[in-house]
Design a protein around this ligand. Structure first.
Ligand code: 5GP
Length: 123
């Protein structure tokens, strides 16, 4: 099991040590705009609990946390106005998934036609 790093950037955002552009918050979930947007709408949705990635979250989160998180994803897409034209949810996990921040996050990307999801390997 991976150990959660309390000093990751999203933990600092949750503690209020780093500012963020919040678009949604409830008891279990925070959503804020990505600092380096890759699409006209690019928001990160994180659980408030300390979970490294989707593997950790799905195994160890409470039913209340799981329910709140998955309900929030579609609710936030609706709030952002991308529901009708469509959007993409991405959760990079671990080394091969190119996960940079070790606190579970789902990217919501939309607002334009997105390219095909996976590029050929550069290795
Ligand atoms: P990952 O590569 O882990 O899936 O995605 C991490 C995302 O976090 C990147 O899209 C990056 O732009 C975003 N990010 C990194 N640091 C910050 C920050 O301090 N604030 C915000 N709002 N986004 C950040």
């Amino acid at each position: 099991m991976k150990t959660y790093d309390d000093n990751n950037i999203f933990a600092k955002i949750l503690r209020g040590e780093i500012p963020n552009d919040t678009v949604y918050e409830d008891d279990h979930v925070l959503a804020f705009r990505d600092i380096n947007p890759q699409a006209p709408v690019h928001v990160l949705v994180i659980p408030k609990g300390a979970y490294v990635d989707m593997t950790d979250f799905s195994a160890n989160a409470s039913d209340a946390e799981l329910t709140a998180y998955f309900r929030a994803l579609a609710k936030i897409a609706n709030l952002l106005g991308v529901e009708d034209d469509g959007y993409r949810l991405i959760s990079n996990t671990g080394k091969n998934g190119e996960q940079d921040v070790p606190h579970l996050h789902v990217h919501i990307a939309g607002g334009r036609r997105l390219r095909r999801m996976l590029q050929p390997s550069e290795d």
